[in-house]
Design a protein around this ligand. Sequence first.
Ligand SMILES: O=C1O[C@H](COP(=O)(O)O)[C@@H](O)[C@H](O)[C@H]1O
Length: 257
Amino acid sequence: MSQPRVVVHASPDLLAAAVAARLVTALVDAQATTGTASLVLTGGRTGNAVLEHVRDLPARDAVDWSRVDLYWGDERFLPAGHPDRNETQARTALLDHIPLDPARVHAMEPSDGRFGDNPDAAAEAYAEILARNAVAYGSVPVFDVCLLGVGEEGHTASIFPDSPAVHEASRTVVAVRDCPKPPPTRVSLTLPAIRTAREVWLMTTGESKAGPVAQALVEGDEVAIPAAGARGAEGTRWLLDTTAAAQVPASFLPPKA
Ligand SMILES: O=C1O[C@H](COP(=O)(O)O)[C@@H](O)[C@H](O)[C@H]1O
């Protein structure tokens, strides 16, 4: 697993703009290498701001969106089209504005979908989708980039501190109940699934994230701060604004010229 690298931007808006540019380049590069690209989306304010910036970037047309596979790192288990679903927010921010192949958009089931109000069945169904799109004997596809947010208590995807999800060692997708942040029921990739991604990008902004960000980097205890356990196979980037980076020790930051 890769060692985390930290990049700090001057404001939340600059962070979102810079990550959008980085993302377009990563998708273009992946398609230049394999013909396709595979992206895991996150919910949350920073994730949605990045998607809005991708929408407004002229260079977004350098990506062949019809050959991008989209997955979600987590979903709030709510009815289809609910404004708080990560899928709904991603569609509004970007997906409704680009020429995707609907068959390659792999959303998690809503609470009024095929399995009704059963998040375990929704999680199992998503694990099957991942397995179906896996290569060789893997259980998940090759994710080129996995975008993740970080919560105020250190959660990432919907993996909360000291919850059953953070201890999950074998399943790739789990149902999550009694979340401290609403809504209480969610579906989430697990850390073992996230760690298969080539690149993991943890993106967050704001003073309230400064403590968990520093704790994740310094202590690396994923049970206390699940974001600490999100590492990419080839690269792990913490993409922060100055307030979220305020407590990061200098040893993680580039030397000042
Ligand atoms: O509920 C969620 O929150 C986190 C972080 O969101 P933010 O608004 O504090 O950036 C997000 O990563 C996750 O996908 C989402 O379901």
